[in-house]
Design a protein. Structure first.
Length: 131
């Protein structure tokens, strides 16, 4: 269970962006181009963020699930609960913990399911910083 002891809420941006150090911003999944973007330029420990999964054909995507794991320090699985937006993209709020490393590398696992009930899982990596 993740506990957020701050009133800080992530702000959505009109144009989500690929963050600095992101291993891939676009992935080919189930014959669709999938964009993976965030509401901020860098992930900062103990600061909420929003991740968006957007497909070239949103009407074919019916479900997105995912989680994060620390690469250079395992800190357990951090779930990403994706919700569909009325425009057809999926968003999840995430939160990474703080550790002794000044920079942390995270692997984000995403599973996309289409309307034919086919699923495909892929991963990307992103860094986070203490501040």
């Amino acid at each position: 269970m993740l506990v957020n002891c701050t009133d800080h809420k992530p702000e959505k941006t009109i144009n989500p962006i690929c963050i600095d150090g992101q291993s891939a911003c676009v992935v080919e999944v189930l014959n669709n181009q999938v964009d993976l973007k965030f509401n901020q330029q860098r992930l900062v420990a103990e600061t909420p963020f929003i991740m968006r999964v957007d497909s070239s054909n949103n009407s074919e995507i019916i479900k997105v699930t995912g989680y994060m794991e620390g690469e250079n320090m395992y800190m357990g699985k951090i779930p990403l609960m994706f919700n569909a937006d009325k425009e057809g993209y999926y968003e999840a709020q995430g939160f990474v913990g703080s550790c002794g490393n000044t920079g942390m590398q995270w692997r984000i696992w995403i599973t996309v399911t289409n309307n034919a009930e086919q699923s495909e899982t892929f991963s990307i990596t992103v860094p986070s910083y203490l501040r």
